[in-house]
Write a protein that binds this ligand. Sequence first.
Ligand SMILES: NC(=O)C1=CN([C@@H]2O[C@H](COP(=O)(O)OP(=O)(O)OC[C@H]3O[C@@H](n4cnc5c(N)ncnc54)[C@H](O)[C@@H]3O)[C@@H](O)[C@H]2O)C=CC1
Ligand SMILES: O=CCc1c[nH]c2ccccc12
Length: 298
Amino acid sequence: MANLNVTIPALKLNDGASIPMLAYGVGTAWGKKEEGKLDQAIVDGVKTAIKLGYYHLDGAESYKNETELGQGIKESGVDRSKLFVTTKVWEPTGEAGDIERALKQSLKKLQLDYVDLYLIHSPFWAKSEQDLQNTWAEMEAVQKAGLVKTIGVSNYRPQDLEAVLKTAKVTPAVNQIEFHPYLQRVETLEFHKKHGIATTAYGPLTAVTKAAPGPVDDVFSGLEKKYAVSAGEISLRWCIDQDVVPITTSSKEQRLSDYLRAATFKLTPAEIKQINEAGQKKHFRGFWAKKFGDESRL
Ligand SMILES: NC(=O)C1=CN([C@@H]2O[C@H](COP(=O)(O)OP(=O)(O)OC[C@H]3O[C@@H](n4cnc5c(N)ncnc54)[C@H](O)[C@@H]3O)[C@@H](O)[C@H]2O)C=CC1
Ligand SMILES: O=CCc1c[nH]c2ccccc12
């Protein structure tokens, strides 16, 4: 297996930490594992990703494979300090101490004493603005206690972030959202920019996988020839060149290896504009569609 030996760029977060701009996610591609049993395929997938150079790893309590993610990290032999590990809390209860309890369980499964980034998986469990605010205060507390380096959110809409910012002492450093040419999240990205919140993107390959064929295909084929890369690699680079960190995944080593080519070329502003204009002709949301509302562009 060719290892391209590429350098993945990093993005500076609002708290001074650096986040690698290409991540390997363990939330999709692996199917459902048997409860309580270590799934060696997931452990091996994590080790393969790390071996190839994916040092940013995206997990979550709800994926039920933090044990495999932790074991893969351990068996990779790569120094902990070189890795950037994210996990997410699923549905906070709103009770005092619930975030600390959930985080400590995650850390135990991951066999780690801290995570680089801890996210609230979604805002959809909250019944009020106050729920979002109280839980954010709990996130601030675990950061202060040194259990996590950086705190953030996922799937938050501008109105959810507004609510958090009314009482926050620490601005969320990251919002992890679905982002691809058919879901460009213009308003959300503008809000992020205004408040110094970094965007990380799940579903970055959607335009060339689940939502294909579509209006970006012709633009992509021209760029595939120009840069001698695949449409997937164009999709990932389209994120990176807009300062968005793509989180991708595959159980296939060859695909993961190929995607590293996203770090070997750069799209021009005119090419990004071409993709954006073509992408705006179609709307597709692969995750959480009912929660956002089918037609929402947020
Ligand atoms: N915070 C959240 O709510 C969510 C977070 N995530 C995170 O993001 C990660 C990546 O999410 P995805 O949507 O899976 O990312 P993605 O858009 O990069 O798609 C990856 C999937 O596409 C498949 N694929 C790749 N190349 C392909 C090709 N050429 N033809 C056909 N299929 C191909 C892969 O096998 C994999 O299943 C997850 O593992 C998870 O860690 C994912 C969804 C929601
Ligand atoms: O994060 C992506 C969506 C999601 C939420 N819970 C699960 C569990 C397993 C796979 C994906 C997800």
